[in-house]
Design a binder for this molecule. Structure first.
Ligand code: RIB
Ligand code: CA
Length: 311
């Protein structure tokens, strides 16, 4: 499948990128960055650095426009990736993120899938630039929202939606095939420190391993155990069909412009498939996908002498 990723590369966005690159049957043909966990410019540098580690620097990375509200440093670190220094991934695509998305959608009309793991600012800009976008794009998967659970940026709203409520509302109402992956399901699929110790076996996986302690620290306050929620990698796994939703009703969704709360509405209008649960735990599956891509075998200790994968 052909995929465009829009992200605010942050730590869990980086895990999602690793997962997408680990899929032989996913052609990641463009990445746009958006202001969210870090600035869109920093997110683009982070993304290009990850692609360089994976030897995939031919994938264009375009920077989104807009203002950056610096509200996630405590979760993702000062540079968005836990302070890890990534390689210089080279120059970014000269287009805006929205411009890259529109060009790819026109070039691959009827074949492009979109995954958004940050605020929907670029997707809304692309809808304004190309009103035919919902007819050109096959599916849109969005990590965001807190539909029937408590929010994470305030009691009612999830970060990605709350950073740009109007953009999220525009994406929900555009009439394309949207799947929303909210906190309702992403908080239930986690990694433990044991999973973290297994992650390695390639330069990309080693960088992801190095980023995660900052993310564990941020989540330790929320979870009784030292565990992390896998928001963006789970959205990626759903987008590419790696995991199967169990409860995923079609709902008419609005967004409270003041709080960013996602609201279930009645009446006519476009519906969004909202994934509330899965058929099986996704954390182990996503870890194994990353390890397999690195050729890391559960029997072999990783070069740094960490506990053998799978032990
Ligand atoms: O609320 C979690 C979402 O906000 C994730 O996408 C995380 O990366 C941040 O963007
Ligand atoms: Ca994100």
């Amino acid at each position: 499948m052909l995929l465009y990723l829009d992200c605010d590369t942050g730590i869990d966005d980086a895990l999602a990128i690793g997962l997408l690159l680990a899929h032989d049957d996913v052609r990641l043909i463009g990445i746009g960055t958006v202001n969210g966990n870090t600035s869109a410019v920093q997110a683009a540098a982070n993304t290009a650095g990850l692609l360089a580690l994976a030897g995939r620097s031919r994938i264009p990375v375009a920077v989104g426009v807009g203002e950056h509200r610096d509200e996630a440093r405590h979760v993702h670190g000062d540079n968005g990736v836990g302070g890890v220094v990534l390689p210089d991934g080279g120059p970014h695509d000269p287009r805006t993120a929205a411009g890259l998305l529109v060009d790819l959608a026109r070039e691959h009309a009827g074949a492009l899938h979109v995954l958004a793991t940050g605020p929907c600012t670029n997707l809304a800009a692309a809808l304004r630039a190309e009103p035919r976008l919902p007819d050109l794009v096959v599916t849109v998967t969005v990590m965001g929202g807190a539909v029937r659970v408590r929010g994470n940026i305030n009691p009612y709203a999830e970060f990605n939606v709350a950073i740009d409520p109007a953009a999220a509302a525009a994406v929900f109402a555009a009439g394309w095939a949207v799947t929303l992956v909210p906190l309702d399901v992403t908080l239930e699929h986690r990694w433990t420190t044991g999973d973290w110790q297994r992650l390695g076996g390639s330069p990309l996986n080693d960088a992801l391993h190095e980023m995660l302690p900052v993310y564990f620290d941020a989540y330790e306050a929320r979870f009784e155990e030292r565990e992390i929620a896998l928001h963006d990698p789970l959205a990626a796994a759903i987008a590419v069909g790696d995991v199967t939703p169990a409860d995923a009703p079609l709902l008419k969704l609005g967004v409270d412009p003041a709080t960013g709360q996602v609201l279930e509405e009645t009446g006519e209008g476009p519906r969004v498939r909202v994934v509330l649960s899965l058929t099986a735990p996704a954390g182990p599956l996503m870890l194994d996908r990353l390890l397999r891509a690195a050729g890391a075998s559960p029997q072999v200790a990783s070069p740094e002498g960490r506990r053998p994968a799978g032990s």
